[in-house]
Design a protein around this ligand. Structure first.
Ligand SMILES: [Zn+2]
Length: 147
Protein backbone atom coordinates (compact mmCIF):
# COMPACT_ATOMS: atom_id res chain seq x y z
CA UNK A 1 0.00 0.00 0.00
CA UNK A 2 1.28 3.49 -0.87
CA UNK A 3 2.23 5.81 1.92
CA UNK A 4 0.26 9.03 1.53
CA UNK A 5 2.97 11.06 3.18
CA UNK A 6 1.52 14.38 1.98
CA UNK A 7 -0.89 14.62 4.89
CA UNK A 8 1.42 13.19 7.56
CA UNK A 9 -1.34 10.81 8.53
CA UNK A 10 -0.45 7.21 8.00
CA UNK A 11 -3.20 5.00 6.70
CA UNK A 12 -3.20 1.41 5.69
CA UNK A 13 -4.66 -2.03 5.92
CA UNK A 14 -5.05 -3.70 9.31
CA UNK A 15 -2.15 -5.74 10.62
CA UNK A 16 -2.36 -9.42 9.88
CA UNK A 17 -2.13 -11.25 13.21
CA UNK A 18 -0.73 -14.70 12.52
CA UNK A 19 -2.61 -17.49 14.22
CA UNK A 20 -1.20 -20.43 16.13
CA UNK A 21 -2.62 -23.46 14.31
CA UNK A 22 -2.61 -26.49 16.59
CA UNK A 23 -2.36 -29.03 13.75
CA UNK A 24 0.98 -27.52 12.74
CA UNK A 25 2.49 -28.22 16.16
CA UNK A 26 1.51 -31.80 16.94
CA UNK A 27 4.25 -33.40 19.02
CA UNK A 28 5.77 -29.97 19.64
CA UNK A 29 6.24 -28.16 22.92
CA UNK A 30 4.07 -25.04 22.97
CA UNK A 31 4.06 -22.66 25.93
CA UNK A 32 0.87 -20.75 26.71
CA UNK A 33 1.47 -17.45 28.48
CA UNK A 34 -1.02 -16.10 31.02
CA UNK A 35 -4.06 -18.03 29.81
CA UNK A 36 -7.32 -16.53 31.08
CA UNK A 37 -10.88 -17.66 30.64
CA UNK A 38 -12.96 -15.57 28.30
CA UNK A 39 -16.39 -16.29 26.90
CA UNK A 40 -16.34 -15.66 23.20
CA UNK A 41 -18.93 -15.88 20.49
CA UNK A 42 -17.78 -17.94 17.54
CA UNK A 43 -19.48 -19.27 14.45
CA UNK A 44 -20.12 -22.43 16.48
CA UNK A 45 -21.82 -20.52 19.29
CA UNK A 46 -20.59 -19.27 22.65
CA UNK A 47 -17.48 -20.95 23.96
CA UNK A 48 -15.02 -20.47 26.77
CA UNK A 49 -11.64 -19.74 25.30
CA UNK A 50 -8.24 -19.57 26.93
CA UNK A 51 -6.94 -16.20 25.81
CA UNK A 52 -3.15 -16.14 26.00
CA UNK A 53 -0.90 -13.09 25.85
CA UNK A 54 1.52 -15.26 23.89
CA UNK A 55 1.88 -18.76 22.58
CA UNK A 56 5.49 -19.69 22.01
CA UNK A 57 6.42 -23.01 20.43
CA UNK A 58 9.70 -24.16 21.97
CA UNK A 59 10.14 -26.60 19.11
CA UNK A 60 9.63 -24.08 16.29
CA UNK A 61 11.17 -21.18 18.24
CA UNK A 62 8.32 -18.99 17.12
CA UNK A 63 5.78 -16.96 19.05
CA UNK A 64 2.29 -15.60 18.42
CA UNK A 65 0.81 -12.74 20.46
CA UNK A 66 -2.82 -12.50 21.61
CA UNK A 67 -4.14 -15.95 20.84
CA UNK A 68 -7.47 -17.48 21.79
CA UNK A 69 -7.42 -21.24 22.27
CA UNK A 70 -10.68 -23.18 22.00
CA UNK A 71 -11.73 -26.76 22.57
CA UNK A 72 -10.67 -29.31 25.16
CA UNK A 73 -7.33 -27.58 25.52
CA UNK A 74 -8.87 -24.30 26.72
CA UNK A 75 -9.99 -25.24 30.27
CA UNK A 76 -6.77 -27.18 30.87
CA UNK A 77 -4.94 -23.91 30.24
CA UNK A 78 -6.99 -21.39 32.19
CA UNK A 79 -7.72 -23.75 35.10
CA UNK A 80 -4.03 -24.51 35.58
CA UNK A 81 -3.66 -21.15 37.29
CA UNK A 82 -0.06 -20.68 36.15
CA UNK A 83 1.79 -17.88 34.40
CA UNK A 84 2.94 -20.31 31.73
CA UNK A 85 1.30 -23.64 30.91
CA UNK A 86 3.18 -26.04 28.67
CA UNK A 87 3.38 -29.61 27.52
CA UNK A 88 3.69 -31.79 24.47
CA UNK A 89 0.79 -31.15 22.11
CA UNK A 90 -1.00 -34.40 21.28
CA UNK A 91 -4.38 -35.42 19.96
CA UNK A 92 -6.75 -37.55 21.98
CA UNK A 93 -9.34 -39.99 20.69
CA UNK A 94 -12.13 -38.57 18.60
CA UNK A 95 -15.66 -39.20 19.76
CA UNK A 96 -18.20 -40.05 17.05
CA UNK A 97 -19.01 -36.94 15.05
CA UNK A 98 -16.37 -34.87 16.83
CA UNK A 99 -12.83 -34.07 15.87
CA UNK A 100 -10.06 -35.47 18.02
CA UNK A 101 -9.33 -33.08 20.89
CA UNK A 102 -5.93 -31.49 21.32
CA UNK A 103 -4.35 -32.09 24.72
CA UNK A 104 -1.09 -31.36 26.48
CA UNK A 105 0.92 -34.40 27.51
CA UNK A 106 3.49 -34.33 30.29
CA UNK A 107 6.81 -33.13 28.95
CA UNK A 108 9.81 -35.42 29.35
CA UNK A 109 12.76 -34.11 31.43
CA UNK A 110 14.57 -32.74 28.35
CA UNK A 111 11.45 -30.91 27.18
CA UNK A 112 10.92 -29.63 30.70
CA UNK A 113 14.47 -28.23 30.71
CA UNK A 114 13.96 -26.67 27.30
CA UNK A 115 10.72 -24.97 28.39
CA UNK A 116 12.27 -23.58 31.55
CA UNK A 117 15.35 -22.30 29.74
CA UNK A 118 13.21 -20.70 27.08
CA UNK A 119 11.01 -18.89 29.59
CA UNK A 120 14.07 -17.72 31.52
CA UNK A 121 15.47 -16.31 28.29
CA UNK A 122 12.44 -14.57 26.82
CA UNK A 123 10.14 -13.66 29.72
CA UNK A 124 10.38 -11.42 32.73
CA UNK A 125 7.83 -9.92 35.05
CA UNK A 126 7.04 -6.31 34.25
CA UNK A 127 6.32 -3.60 36.78
CA UNK A 128 2.59 -4.08 36.34
CA UNK A 129 2.97 -7.72 37.35
CA UNK A 130 2.33 -9.03 33.87
CA UNK A 131 4.84 -11.01 31.92
CA UNK A 132 6.87 -9.23 29.28
CA UNK A 133 7.90 -11.51 26.46
CA UNK A 134 10.86 -10.58 24.30
CA UNK A 135 10.84 -12.71 21.20
CA UNK A 136 14.11 -11.20 19.95
CA UNK A 137 15.79 -13.13 22.75
CA UNK A 138 14.30 -16.23 21.20
CA UNK A 139 16.06 -15.53 17.91
CA UNK A 140 19.39 -15.07 19.69
CA UNK A 141 19.13 -18.58 21.08
CA UNK A 142 18.00 -19.93 17.76
CA UNK A 143 20.98 -22.21 17.33
CA UNK A 144 20.53 -25.88 16.64
CA UNK A 145 19.26 -27.39 19.82
CA UNK A 146 18.75 -31.09 20.04
CA UNK A 147 16.32 -32.55 22.52
ZN1 LIG B 1 5.86 -25.89 16.80
Amino acid sequence: MTDMSASNISMGAPAVIPRFVKDDHLGHLPLFFEPRQENMTTSFGDADAAVCTWIVCATCKTGWPDQAVFGALAPSLYLANRDVVYGRLVQGKARPGRSAPFLLDDPNPAEDDLARQLVARIARRGRDGKLVVDLDALAVGNVEEKF
